[in-house]
Design a protein around this ligand. Sequence first.
Ligand SMILES: *Cc1c(COP(=O)(O)O)cnc(C)c1O
Length: 370
Amino acid sequence: MISISKPILGHEEEQAVLRVLRSGKLTQGEVVRQFEEEFATYVGTKHAIAASNGTTALHLSLLAAGIGPGDEVITTAFTFIASANAILYTGAKPVFVDIEEDTFNINPDLIEKKITPKTKAIMPVDLYGLPANMKAIAKIAREHKLSVIEDACQAHGATINNKKTGSYGLAGCFSFYATKNMTTGEGGMVTTNNSQFAEKIRLLRSHGMKKRYYHDYLGYNFRMTEMEAAMGIEQLKKLEVFNSKRIANAGYLTKKLHGIPGIITPTVPSGYRHVFHQYTIKITPEFGSTREDLMKTLEKDRVDALIYYPLPVHKQAVYKKIYSGDRLPVTEKISSQVLSLPIHPGVERKDLERIAELIRGAKPHPTNNK
Ligand SMILES: *Cc1c(COP(=O)(O)O)cnc(C)c1O
């Protein structure tokens, strides 16, 4: 089976976790501190604060930005549901803006129309590992005095003109879930250049406790363990190698899929570094066979292809009751066209060749295969 994702763990992670287990210090210690410092250095921010997962990293960031009931946060509906859920947890309302056809990310040109006196923040998502248009978003945020909380949970190490995701807004939020470009099993991180905001997140992460057993705020237990941080330190050392392999695999697959009518390979705008958390093609009617049929063909040959995401957030049962906004025509069209193919660092050239051949062969009419 060529799986859609696979954590790559070695002797280094094993040894690092063992050292923590043998030390007897399992939480809130030096290893989490070290992981935070190294992650901040990697992203290029002053601070990084570890959390229990990507969802709690987003939740903490929204809370520390002062977002709560009555507020609105602008985001995309074409994402994993956690982005919008984090907004709901605070009591605020997610306001969905449609996406761009080619990047799948929030369309900056449509944001201003959705800004109201209740809007407090914009939460762009760097979907599939491609940064959202952070420059345009930051400009809108500055003009309207809004916070930017970037959901970079799929984009560790992605850049725009060499500036990393997670370093653009008030906060960048990362996930280290098992399928992400680097993993700690479960885990998350907030990056920021704002010292006061960082301090607030540290408090909220641990029951609002500044002095032992004195609680200034209603906080949570959203902490990371030392075992997770130990894995994270080792995974971070390997992230560049992992990302380079993903990028090389993506480039190779794009070459192999070239010229198949109805198959549209991923776009990478100039100056952007896409780290291909997912390699996602669009299948248009020109292909001559449906996405679902293609998935069956791939599945039969033990290739794991998946749809991220078949149902946009505003159409989810949980959201239908509360969401009364406009339709999102591009989001809705794209969610019916996308299919993600395996390109993780464990996928080999011969696998990619097989995937491309299967897709080419799935076409009922002859191709201009050269
Ligand atoms: C994975 C992910 C999250 C949530 O991260 P968890 O660690 O699973 O809580 C949030 N947003 C996006 C876009 C994600 O891909």
